[in-house]
Design a protein around this ligand. Structure first.
Ligand SMILES: O=C(O)C(=O)C[C@H](O)[C@@H](O)CO
Length: 254
């Protein structure tokens, strides 16, 4: 069996816009539905949703019939967490709260086998399709994609240095945490926040790396894509379900 390729990684390096969606419901059914909706990628959240390796693996399996690419957001930049997510077959990671070069280097090292990193060896995990992928351990890194979240002022201060770390494939802006760190908690649409995000996107592109973001606001999504975002999440499952069902209820319960 050949090593599964990472079309998402190839696409963002080629500058091909990848439209994504946020998936927080810890449900194989919801994941299977969203994976068939036509998005290029689907974020499976283990930071702000109670996903664990077992539920993550079930959702990765639920996505197999579709071409939508899974991106797993780990709860923290921890080598044990990353190892477990690698072993279940995650190829693309979103790693929150990266603020320094050292943190970025540690994230990459956690995803590489020795001598290039510290990833622990598993002989027959799902990642190698239970030992069926020829030469998995020597080639796994080729299809791994590391996206780090820049979402604090300290992360912005170190942006170009983080972008230059070998193995960092993308810098993803967290508008919620960044706006909070700016003193605009809960107000991602503040003029100062939007201006700083646009400037940050351009800095990431100028640094030769790949910018991404999440915003359910279509006007902002298009502004950020125009500024240079090449992987753009445009909606969140939980918020969508809540707002749409509220609207239906109001039709009959007003
Ligand atoms: O800072 C942000 O915004 C993000 O990283 C996305 C949020 O964590 C996500 O829960 C959507 O609000």
């Amino acid at each position: 069996m050949d090593l599964p390729q990472n079309p998402f990684k190839r696409a963002i390096y080629a500058g091909q816009q990848q439209i994504g969606f946020w998936n927080s419901m810890v449900s194989t059914t919801a994941t299977e539905i969203l994976a068939g909706s036509g998005f290029d990628w689907l974020l499976i959240d283990a930071e702000h949703a109670p996903n664990e390796p077992a539920s993550l693996m079930a959702q990765l399996q639920a996505m197999m019939e579709n071409t939508t690419h899974p991106v797993v957001r780990v709860p923290e930049n921890d080598p044990i967490v990353l190892k477990r997510c690698l072993d279940i077959g995650t190829q693309t990671f979103l790693i929150p709260m990266v603020e320094t070069v050292e943190q970025a280097e540690a994230a990459v090292a956690a995803t590489r086998f020795p001598p290039n990193g510290i990833r622990g060896f598993a002989g027959a995990s799902r990642a190698s399709r239970y030992g069926r992928v020829a030469n998995y351990h020597a080639r796994a890194h080729e299809e791994i994609c590391i996206l780090v979240q820049i979402e604090t002022m300290q992360g912005l201060d170190n942006l170009e240095a983080i972008a230059a770390v070998p193995g960092i494939d993308g810098l993803f802006i967290g508008p919620g945490d960044l706006s909070a760190d700016m003193g605009h908690l809960g107000n991602q649409g503040h003029d100062d926040v939007v201006a700083l995000i646009e400037k940050t996107i351009k800095r990431i592109v100028a640094a030769g790396n790949r910018a991404g973001i999440l915003t359910p606001d279509e006007t902002l999504a298009r502004r950020y894509m125009a500024a240079g975002c090449v992987y753009t999440a445009v909606g969140i499952d939980t918020g969508l379900l809540a707002r749409q069902t509220e609207a239906i209820a109001r039709k009959y319960k007003a």
